[in-house]
Ligand binder design. Sequence first.
Ligand SMILES: [Fe+2]
Length: 330
Amino acid sequence: MEQVQKIENKVSLPPAPEGGWFPVDLRCIDPERFAPCDLYRKTGQSGFVLFSQKNLPLDRSTRDRLLAKGLYYLYIQYDDSSVYFDFMKNALIEVVRDPNTSSEKKALAVHASCREILRWAFEEPRAPFVRKAHEVILPTISLIMHDDRATKHLIHMTAYDHSTYTHCTNVGIYGVALAKIFYGTGSMKKMESLGPGFFLHDLGKCRIPIEILNKSGALTPEERQIVNRHPDDGRIMLADSGLLTDEAKIITGQHHERDDGMGYPLGLKENDIHPYARICRLADVYEALTADRPYHNRHSTFNAFKIMHKHFTSDLDRKLFEIFVQLFSA
Ligand SMILES: [Fe+2]
């Protein structure tokens, strides 16, 4: 296989929504297409000014100039969110299916789109946004299942910020890629039920206050109790969205359980923990070690594997780990 270059998907954390204005990632908007709704820029003096009008193509040179300056976000009005995400989803499906688009470009497109839609699902954690996220996750799963080269790019295309939606995007990719090897490539039907669980495993975290989520010191017992609720909260939110498959229920509910019974919320042990949850746990631990967090700088892949190696008897699954390591070989 041709050497796959390590790609750093340069990201900056998006600005926060302001009133009825929501930031959208310019990198998810193909300038060849007509804008699905009015797109705005935020300027220092004039507030929000029209950048590109609905049903007109984006000006590619202006778009590229903004990106070159590191200006990655435009704004849409809240009422346009549904039409915007349908546009993004349809564009993504076309890119994934296009035989003339390279695996690398496909990987870039699905990574950016997943982060974008998961960001919305976490910032606006209501059923319609969770369902939209699910619609974008499905073509991503299809790409991982059918395109090994794109999968390699995705594995090496890690964004390092500590946001929950970036974490979930990365864990989703690692989880599906690992499950593909573990269960075999003929398991597309299973993966459509299983995969969204990996991407949405931490949905319940949106109910944790941000100051607890980003706390750099030790949590108090009360704060720990709040954090430990997120597997159950995530399960309830998926049920409210109509997306709680048996697989997603297992993954969200058990992804913090440990073999030694020291996990949460139930303190399950060994064989009582389902392999789906073990896959998610492994991906979750690796992602947490290799991303910047308020309480540590990221570890290299090599160091993360060394740390994980010490936890086989108490926590992580050795057999799955050996498969997981293979994913990172060039
Ligand atoms: Fe979690």
